[in-house]
Structures are given as C-alpha cells and as structure tokens.
Design a protein around this ligand. Structure first.
Ligand code: F6P
Length: 744
C-alpha cells in the first residue's frame, strides 16, 4: 500500500469523528445557550420588576391604573420586551400592554415560568415568560408578567452553530494537514530504516535502527531474513563440498601434482614403548588434527620432531616411516633432538618465549640468549631436512607454527624457487606487545621468507602487517595484503583452520547418543539422569580452565537447584609438563577442583570430575556425544578446534556450545553462547541458560553450527592455501617465461 492509502486509512475515520462530534454537540450547545439566556432574562426581569415596584404599589393604592398603563407602555418600548401584564394576588389580569397576547392568562404565565425552559410560541414568534412578585409591606401586592422576545437568542444560537461548524471544519483541515506531513516523514524514516536493514543484512547500523521507531520491527525482520537466507542456503546444500578428492584434484590441476612437504614440531604419530611392546598414538594437538587429513589426501612427506620413546625403533635408515599405521598414505620423516636442544628450542624459546608473547594471557614471556641459539640451530636443521627431502627445486613446503619462525627464510636461501606456505597457528599480538622480543627483527625477516603467510583471522593478519611496518623497512601494499621485503614478496592472508568433517561411514560407526551416555555415566559412576557439561583441553594457561571452574562454582552458588544434578567433566591432557609454569597451572586446577568439590560435593556426588590424562579421538567423541554442554573458555586462542569437534560429533543436532569471544572460532560460530571467560558471572549465566535451553532452540543453533563447520572444513582451509600457492606458482612461471623471451 502506498503512503496516501495509509493516510486515507487514518484520515477518513478522523473526519467522520469530527462530523459525528458536531452532530452530537450542536443540540447540547443549543440547550446550553438557551439556559444561559433564560437565566439572563430572569435577572433582567427582576431588574425591571424592581424598577416598577414602587410605581405599581402607588398606582394600586391610588387606584390610578391609567398612569400605570403609561409606565408599562414606556417599559415595553424596549425592543426585547414584547409585552407586560399585571395580575392581582388572586391571579386576575388587571392591566397589560397592547401587544400582550390574549391567549395568556395569569395562571398559564405562572405555570410556564416555573418550567426549566419558560417559553411559549405566540403569533410573533417565541417569547420567554417571566412571572415576578410585587411585594409591599403587607405581602404580595400584585404579580408582574414580562414577555421577552426570544428571536434574538435564536439568531445568536444560529451564529454560534455557524462558528462551531466552521471551527470544526478548520480543525479537521489542520489535523489532516499535520497528519499528512507527519505521515510523510514517518514513512520516509521507515523506508530508510527498512532499506538500511535490507542493505546490511540486518547486521550494520544497529545503533541507528535501535534508536528509530523501526526498532520493534527490526529484530523480527532480521530474524525473518535470516530464516529465508538459511532456507535458501540449506536448499542449495554445501556449494561444491571440500573433501579429500577435491583437494587431490586441486593438487593435480593447480599444482600439477607437485611435491608437498609439511614441517611441524609435533609429529602426527608417536611411537612409545609400553608394556614391553610398541604402542602408537596421536598427540593432543589442534595442528595435527587439522594437517593430518590434508596429508592423507596429498601424500608427500611430513617432517617432524621424533619425540616418542620408540620412534627410533620403527624408522628406516633415513629416519622415515610410512603412516598412518596400517594404511601408509604418506611418509613421516623424523628429526632427532637431544634433551638440551629440545629444552632450548621447544620448551625455552618457543614455549616460554613466543607462546606467552603471542597469546598475551598474563604470563610473562622469558627470553634467554641460549634458547634463541638453540631455536636458530634447530630451525636450520629442519631447513636442511626439507632440502634433503625435496625431490625438485620448487617443492610446495607447508611450514607449521611458531616453532619455525626462521625456517621460511632458511629454506628460501637454499631452495629459492620453493613455494613456502607458513601457517601461524596461534594469535599474532599488536606491535607494542611483540616489540618486547629481543629478536623481533630476525623473527619477522625469517617469516617473510614465506610465499604466503597465513593466520586464522584478518585481525591477526592486520597485527602482523602493522608489526612489520613498525620494525622493518618493508614496502606494504595494504590493498592486496602483500609485503615486499628485500627481493621477496609475501602474501598475508587469513585461512581459518578447521577439522575434517566426519564422513557418513565414520558417523555411522559411532555408538548412538544413548549408548555414549550410558557408557560415560557407567565409567564415571554417574546416574544417567545427570546434566553433563564437558571441557576438553591440554593443561594450558591460555585455555581458561580456572575461569571455567570458577563459573561452575558460581552456577552452583546462584542456582543451588543444580547441586546433585549437574556435573562438569574436564578432560585435560598433560602438556609441556617440564615447564614450571605448566606444572603450577596443573596444581592450581587440581586444588581449585578439590575446593569446589569439597564445598558442593556429598558422599555420592562431586560437581567436577577432572580427567587429567590424554584421551584418544574415540574417547573424546564419546564424551562429546554424551554431554549436553561443551565449554570452550580460552583466554586467547588462534582458532580452537574443540568447539568444531563437538559440533561435528552432534549428529542428533542437540547440545549447547559455550564459546569464548577470544577464540578465533567465535568469529565463525556465532550461534554458540558467546562469553567473556574473564566475566565469571556471564559464564555461569550461560551455563544456566544452556541447561534450560529448549530443544527446538538447541536444534536451530546446532544445525546452523554444523552447516558452517561442514562447509568450512579443513580441506577448504588447505585448498584455499594451496590454490593461492598454485596461482603464485603460475605467475612466477609466466614471469620466468617472459624473462627468457626478453633474453632470446
Ligand atoms: O596451535 C598451537 C599448537 O601447536 C596446537 O597445534 C596444539 O594444540 C598445541 O600447540 C600443541 O602443543 P604441543 O605441540 O607443544 O604439545
């Protein structure tokens, strides 16, 4: 409907109201004016009576009625006075002026004058009848009848009607005009608000919308838009799903089947001696979770530190072993470190220096010259291993994480044509925070040996570019996120990492949710009616485990009804335990758990169960499926894959994810309950909300989260990076050809 239609809808009832008001008001107004005039005429009659009283009493005493008649005729000359009559005390008309109507006698006059509207019709029109006593000392001497002309009152009443009708008409016009103007402005405002809402998909300009009259509608409209968008996206299905086959085909088309080498500190399979035999296990590492499926898809060689007690027993003479055990899809090349080297490079510089430096989680970084020396040596050892493993002069090398900041430039020095993709799995801080590192320039120079340097989020990319800008003389093309340093160009790009989405076969092999629940409850000695929340982490101070336990304590304080009914299970794999900071952290968690359990526990109930040991993928999946809530409360995290694993495990579309706003994942997984882990109250409230969340809402949120993780899976992460690498290689080949032509 257009704006005029809307205004007509408002104006027609308004004008009708005015007409009805006028119709009802006019008779009331008539009666009112008549009453006012009757009162005036009565007063006037009293005055006339007063002025005639003496003459009447004298005239009656002297029996001189002719003088009285003259006085009456003089009074009746007043144009408003029609006639005057005089009655005896016994109501006989004894004298009257000429115009006095014959039809009126003294009795009629008395009766009419006693009525509320004392008026009658005579030949000349309506007259008002006044009946006044003429009193002497002996009592009532006579009565005076005064007939006042009412025609002037009718004229005035008519005038008043005209004025009133004109006033109402004017009022109607003014109200209509104001309505039209206001409606036009409001309409334009609404249209502008609706446009802003539609243009920005309801996400931007929220403040303006909230302040406008449109605010009550905005939330509904936005929700409806999202519903439509979701329906649309669901109807399309994942647009060309990323999977191992697509990644392999990308390697063949864009990289022409070129060799791929991965370098990381943590190896994907660790062989340990146990009970006289050799056991193989996968470590608790987000990096391994993400990169391993990619390596299975593209074969190649993975170079990593051989840290297992039986690692040397299973490798060949070149320190190589085919993995995964049983299917042997790619080669693992192990690098050996002495305990002193591991202490300086891994525990010292990487984990006591760079880790706290980049996470800014209120643990001070420690920088030691000796650790830095070890770090440089070991980076060089890995660079040499890359060169030794490379079968071509231009392999694609995927360098993983903060253990290898110097590696890209070291590889570049020996394999100038290599395509080096470095992915930094942890956050990158702002230039001021990074600036405290004594070797900040060397680290930046080392990283800029990469062809492509990836971070999880745009925010970390921006921090890195600003850091280079602050500490190196480099040329920065902000528009394309390219840094040129010395003769090399590095593309700085965000590639949010993810997990492998479970295949249908994998999901079908999982025990049902009910079975997982039964098994977990049996193992932990819990009743099956218990409300279960879970946390899965390494024992690391960046994960916000203390804050999470505080939130559980606060929940039980605020809502004692959950005592005995709610249990939080924290899986915490020991990590970097040779470092004092990590040992202290584990102690603090154990102490806090014990304190909360002592405070709220009973003989048959403990609110917190701490499982301080490594759990394999199968065991973790079982816990994810058994729990109703998963808590991820990192104080700072590059991405965090636990939240994505939880969502992938919930094929029943139930369960609630509580996610820290300081994890990179919070930017993608907006349907989780997002919390500030430092705000204990907020996390406790989120737990309470999650425990009470109705199933339809859980399903709505979980379905959407699953769609995101499924589509943005780890093959997409690797695929995007490798596609960028493919483009960069193509450009270099073309440049080389152009160069050759120039010289021929
Ligand atoms: O992202 C940092 C990271 O490398 C992750 O891949 C992993 O979760 C963790 O650190 C592993 O630490 P570490 O290899 O020292 O046990």
């Amino acid at each position: 409907m257009n704006t005029f239609g809307l205004q007509a809808r408002f104006l027609v009832p308004l004008l009708m109201t005015l007409v009805v008001t006028a119709y009802l008001a006019l008779p009331v107004l008539d009666r009112l004016t008549l009453r006012w005039f009757s009162r005036d005429l009565n007063l006037r009659g009293e005055l006339v009576t007063d002025s005639l009283t003496d003459s009447i009493i004298d005239g009656l005493d002297e029996n001189n009625l002719s003088r009285l008649s003259l006085a009456f005729e003089r009074v009746a000359r007043d144009e408003r006075l029609v006639a005057v009559g005089l009655c005896s005390p016994s109501d006989d008309l004894i004298l009257h002026t000429k115009a006095f109507p014959r039809s009126i006698g003294c009795r009629e006059a008395r009766e009419i004058a006693g009525q509320p509207y004392p008026q009658i019709e005579i030949a000349g029109g309506s007259v008002h009848v006044g009946f006044h006593n003429i009193s002497s000392v002996e009592g009532v001497a006579a009565r005076l009848i005064l007939l006042h002309d009412l025609s002037f009152i009718e004229r005035r009443s008519l005038d008043t009607r005209h004025y009133l009708v004109t006033l109402l008409a004017l009022l109607g016009v003014v109200v209509a005009l104001i309505t039209i103007v206001v409606a036009q402005f409001m309409w334009r405002g609404w249209i502008a608000s609706a446009r802003a809402l539609l243009d920005n998909g309801g996400l931007a300009d929220v403040k303006t919308l909230a302040a406008s009259e449109f605010a009550p509608l905005a939330a509904d409209l936005r929700a409806r838009l999202r519903d439509l968008e979701d329906e649309f996206r669901r109807s399309l299905g994942p647009e060309l799903e990323w999977n191992p086959a697509r990644l392999r085909s990308l390697l063949h088309t864009q990289l022409r089947g070129d060799e791929v080498l991965v370098v990381s500190n943590r190896e994907p399979y660790i062989h340990d001696t146990q009970e006289g035999g050799v056991m193989v296990r996968q470590p608790a590492s987000g990096l391994v979770t993400a990169v391993e499926p990619v390596m299975r898809a593209c074969s190649g060689t993975w170079i990593a530190h051989g840290s297992g007690s039986a690692d040397r027993l299973v490798v060949d003479a070149q320190s190589r072993v085919r993995v995964p055990p049983g299917s042997e899809e790619y080669t693992l090349r192990r690098i050996w470190l002495t305990p002193e080297e591991e202490q300086g490079y891994y525990y010292g510089f990487a984990n006591e220096g760079l880790w706290p430096l980049c996470h800014v989680a209120h643990v001070r970084p420690t920088f030691r010259e000796a650790d830095w020396e070890r770090y440089r040596e070991i980076n060089q050892r890995f660079a040499d291993a890359v060169v030794a493993e490379a079968r071509s002069e231009d392999p694609v090398v995927l360098v993983q994480d903060y253990h290898f900041a110097l590696l890209p430039a070291m590889i570049r020095a020996q394999l100038p044509k290599a395509t080096i993709l470095t992915f930094w799995h942890i956050p990158w801080p702002n230039p001021e925070s990074f600036g405290i590192c004594p070797w900040r320039r060397e680290i930046l120079q080392g990283m800029l040996g990469s062809t492509i340097l990836g971070f999880h989020t745009r925010f970390h990319c921006k921090n890195f570019i600003e850091t280079v800008d602050r500490y190196l003389e480099a040329r920065i093309e902000h528009e394309h996120s390219i840094i040129s340093y010395q003769d090399d160009e590095t593309l700085i790009e965000s590639y949010p990492i993810s997990i492998e989405w479970p295949s249908e076969k994998t999901a079908a092999s999982w025990p049902s949710i009910a079975e997982c629940r039964q098994s977990v409850c049996r193992r932990l000695g819990l009743p099956e009616t218990v409300r279960l929340a879970i946390g899965v982490d390494r024992f690391d101070y960046t994960k916000g485990i203390l804050e999470r336990l505080n939130a559980v304590e606060r929940l039980l304080e605020k809502h004692p009804e959950w005592c005995g009914r709610f249990v939080f299970v924290q899986v915490a794999a020991p990590s970097r335990s040779t470092l004092e900071e990590y040992r202290n952290f584990q102690d603090r968690i154990e102490q806090l758990t014990a304190r909360i359990n002592a405070r709220f526990g009973r003989s048959d109930y403990l609110p917190i169960i701490l499982l301080a040991r490594h759990h394999d993928h199968h065991a973790v999946t079982e816990l994810y499926r058994a729990a109703e809530i998963c808590l991820v409360t990192s104080l700072h995290d590059g991405m965090n894959l636990v939240c994505k694993e939880f969502v992938a495990a919930r094929d029943d579309e139930r369960g609630v994810l509580i996610l820290s706003r300081f994890a990179g994942a919070a930017r993608e997984m907006t349907e989780a309950l997002i919390v500030n882990p430092y705000h204990v109250e907020e996390s406790a409230d989120a737990l309470h909300k999650a425990l009470l969340m109705p199933l339809p809402e859980q399903r709505e949120r979980m379905a959407s989260l699953r769609m995101t993780v499924r589509e943005f899976n780890v093959y997409r992460w690797a695929g995007r990076m490798l596609a960028d690498a493919g483009r960069s290689r193509l450009r270099r080949r073309i440049e080389a050809r152009v160069e050759r032509h120039r010289h021929t």
